[in-house]
Design a protein around this ligand. Sequence first.
Ligand SMILES: Nc1ncnc2c1ncn2[C@@H]1O[C@H](COP(=O)(O)OP(=O)(O)OP(=O)(O)O)[C@@H](O)[C@H]1O
Ligand SMILES: CC(=O)N[C@H]1[C@@H]2OC[C@@H](O2)[C@@H](O)[C@@H]1O[C@H](C)C(=O)O
Length: 387
Amino acid sequence: MLRTIGLMSGTSLDGVDAAWVETDGEAIGRIGPALTLPYDPALRRDLRRLLDRVAGAPPPMVAGALPRDPVEVGEDDPFLADCVRRLTERHAEAVEALRAEVARTLGEGTDLLGFHGQTILHRPARPGDAAPGRTWQVGDAAWLARRTGLPVAYDFRSADVAAGGQGAPLVPVVHAALAAALPKPLAVLNLGGVGNVTWIGSDGRLVAFDTGPANGPLDDWARKRAQTDYDRDGVLSLAGQPDGAVLGRLMAHPYLAAPPPKSLDRLDFDRALKEAGAPALSPQDGAATLVAFAAVCVAAAARHLPEAPLQWLVCGGGRRNPAMMQALAGALEQPVRPVEIVGWNGDALEAQAFGVLAARVVRGLPITFPGTTGAPRPLPGGQVVRP
Ligand SMILES: Nc1ncnc2c1ncn2[C@@H]1O[C@H](COP(=O)(O)OP(=O)(O)OP(=O)(O)O)[C@@H](O)[C@H]1O
Ligand SMILES: CC(=O)N[C@H]1[C@@H]2OC[C@@H](O2)[C@@H](O)[C@@H]1O[C@H](C)C(=O)O
């Protein structure tokens, strides 16, 4: 088994999650401590600017130059380089702090890092697209390897996108490993900036895809309309009412009816939200509408599952929002519970997954599958850089 630290900085742009896990990429051994280091407000703001800038650029002109294709925002772009330096530094700090904690509590070291990087663009090929798909995670893996003295697995998504897959979600294979002993069929729902579901059938079959926006638009709304970073404990949305007309327009978005495989960029619904009339709502009703829409997206996702799950296990920050959990309980027919009910850590799960995926990369095992990303066959991916 390898002693890994997985590092995930999600679409919420809130910071770096780091988690220690012992694994050979298939079985999961000891699960150690985990921590979150928030990005400072300036880095969060600059990453958001970077996302907006990259999203506004014209579609890629060059195929096969994933993930750091210099067509739109060049690798030598000073703003990008500065963001990459700062976010990689923050990851190094997370590794340093977690290694100290692991040494103190378990007396153990670390053999390998799994570094997801920050997604700044995700535009996989959609049916009928002429241009090739593209996904772009930034972060300086070579620098992180030198700074920590550890091998670093990174660039987990681009091989899949280059092969025609969605490049996301990647965590399902790890959900399946963790859920080995749980009753099936089972659905695991991650509520991050974007939502994603993993369905695991009784025979181990996997179906996974992004459900729709989850906390991303709600965070943006809370920041713009209520001057808070997010809708803490659902205070804002619980004080409002979903707007039926806006919700109705959003529900007609073609993404909901489209069959999987499918995945989303953090900003994919921004225009639809504007066009549906969300900006005219009060801060409270707007937040309630966004929460209701996130739940409607999950209910729409349920219709794409091969068989109803026995229960929905929820991880990610959205499970801390009581308005979100209430809306889900109302929208789904099966019990909805936080993953803690089966002993998992819903804040650390994705970071743990990138430790497991790192071990799979090192061993050359597949990380994406026809049922998860629409890969043409089980595909290995990722790269490894040594110090
Ligand atoms: N107490 C809380 N009340 C309401 N919302 C919360 C609470 N705690 C966290 N959140 C929400 O969870 C978000 C962070 O979730 P998480 O860390 O799972 O996202 P992420 O990993 O960045 O996203 P993704 O899974 O899309 O990559 C915050 O931005 C916030 O919206
Ligand atoms: C491109 C990208 O970074 N996608 C993230 C995002 O955040 C949630 C959802 O959208 C999911 O598809 C994915 O992350 C998780 C870790 C995954 O790949 O499983």
